[in-house]
Design a binder for this molecule. Structure first.
Ligand code: ADP
Length: 447
């Protein structure tokens, strides 16, 4: 039986070799001397030579064993050759080195694995690049950000795959003090922020962050500020224009003219007030805070009030009917539901020419309960329907303004409904009329 890798752990001092060699040589010399005393010089020399030859053969044999063992693959963990004396010492030493190296390798592999796992868990894309920009390693997010495949693209220059001129110029320019923001080509439309950090002598770490969502929000914020400023500026210009006219013509203008101008200015001030009110409502809804006060709302009574308000706005120009087929109450916030429901009803009045019909319905249908506003007004072309609930989106800006619209009504409706687990469905046909339906799950009904 040979020694296994674990068996031989004994470490003997280096002087052991010297002692062993001296002992062997002394034994051979003493043996040759004894032979010389008894048989003469020639037999003594012959004994000395034969003994040396045998010792040489023993060493050569062990040397072969060692070489053969060293050549077996490391992962086969072949047992050490059997030996004694000096060679036992040598094999033990070789084995110790081998197991130390193997333990070090295991530690290194474990450290590398931990590093890989940490890199994969990073919230950024990571690319390790050589000085010639070839991809040495890339984590999962890096693959997603740049449309790479590690198995396929490892070793390829990243600039052959990500060809955006800005990116290529940045990488080759070598000035990495500022990050680069660019729109990646694949996958399309992703905005990435890229940092490059050179490390060791010939490597670079490229970190990428997907800022598409942030950019989109920033663009929305800019649009919103621009829209609000625009919406405020128009009535303000009108108000100041009328006021200037009145001030300049205070001496010459008739009282009726002054009343007329001030009336128009007050109308515009009212418009600004409505806009600010809608903006405040929307911002309160958008904070995402839960509904403050929920109660069973008697939708039948609520719709009665809404019908009356719609009639006031219509001024008798429309026929407005109410059909309430369920008396179950809806769990929600009375004020919020009123503002959403009245918005839909008033819109129907505003976008239906005189003589038109408007019907308000509250009914339960299977698993949903719905509030429906139908009109036979101007209707909406299909391409506008998906965008109607965006803030300030209007099909006909002029008509919306003429009828006192702020462009925020349906955005408010959508928010209120989603706070009540509801959905808004819109069916419409230009020239024939529209149907706006607010659907709620029946679990919000209180018997
Ligand atoms: P606005 O204050 O302009 O009415 P809304 O958000 O309430 O803003 O509505 C957005 C747009 O949807 C309106 O400008 C209008 O073009 C369209 N719209 C809403 N309700 C109706 C309806 N019942 N019939 C036709 N168009 C409508």
């Amino acid at each position: 039986m040979g020694l296994s890798l674990e068996d031989v752990t004994e470490i003997r001092p280096i002087s052991y070799i010297r002692v062993a060699v001296l002992t062997i040589l002394t034994v051979i010399a003493l043996l040759a001397a004894a032979v010389g005393v008894f048989f003469g010089l020639v037999p003594a020399l012959a004994t000395f030579s034969v003994a040396l030859l045998l010792v040489g053969l023993y060493h050569i044999n062990n040397l072969f064993k060692l070489v053969r063992w060293l050549r077996t693959p490391v992962d086969e963990a072949a047992p050490l050759p059997r030996a004694f004396g000096l060679w036992d010492y040598v094999f033990a030493d070789v084995n110790r080195r081998a197991s130390t190296a193997s333990r070090q390798q295991e530690r290194l592999s474990a450290a590398l694995e931990r590093f890989r796992e940490a890199s994969q868990a990073m919230p950024n894309g990571l690319l390790f690049l050589s000085m010639s920009n070839t991809i040495e390693w890339v984590n999962r997010l890096g693959e997603q950000h740049f449309g790479l495949d590690r198995a396929r693209d490892q070793g390829a220059p990243v600039t052959n795959i990500v060809r955006q001129p800005d990116f290529v110029r940045y990488l080759q320019g070598g000035h990495y003090e500022e990050p680069l923001v660019f729109t990646a080509g694949r996958p399309i439309g992703r905005t990435l922020m890229v940092h490059v950090v050179p490390f060791s002598d010939d490597m670079r770490l490229l970190m990428s962050e997907d800022i598409t969502q942030g950019e989109r929000l920033e663009a929305m914020r800019r649009d919103f500020v621009a829209n609000v400023s625009h919406e405020m500026r128009t009535p303000l210009t009108v108000v100041s224009g009328f006021l200037e006219t009145v001030i300049d013509g205070l001496e010459d203008l008739e009282k009726d003219d002054i009343r007329h101008y001030l009336g128009l200015a007050s109308e515009q001030a009212g418009r600004m007030q409505r806009l600010i009110q809608d903006l405040l409502t929307l911002s309160a809804l958008e904070t995402g805070a839960p509904i403050l006060h929920e109660e069973p709302v008697d939708v039948g009574t609520l719709l009665g009030e809404i019908q009356q308000e719609a009639q006031v706005v219509s001024g008798g120009r429309h026929t407005i009917s109410l059909d309430c087929s369920t008396h179950a109450r809806l769990l929600g916030n009375n004020k919020e539901l009123y503002s959403a429901f009245v918005n839909l009803a008033i819109n129907a009045v505003r976008y239906t020419p005189a003589g038109g019909h408007i019907r308000l319905t509250w009914r339960q249908r299977g698993a949903v309960v719905e509030y429906m506003v139908e009109d036979d007004g101007i209707g909406i072309a299909p391409e506008h329907i998906p965008r109607l609930t965006e803030r300030f989106y209007r099909v006909d800006r002029g008509r919306s303004r003429e009828t006192g619209g702020t462009g925020l009504g349906l955005a408010i409706v959508k928010h209120v409904l989603s706070r009540h687990q509801g959905d808004l469905l819109i069916d419409s046909e230009p020239g024939r009329g529209s149907r706006f339906t607010a659907c709620f799950p029946v679990r919000r009904l209180v018997a």
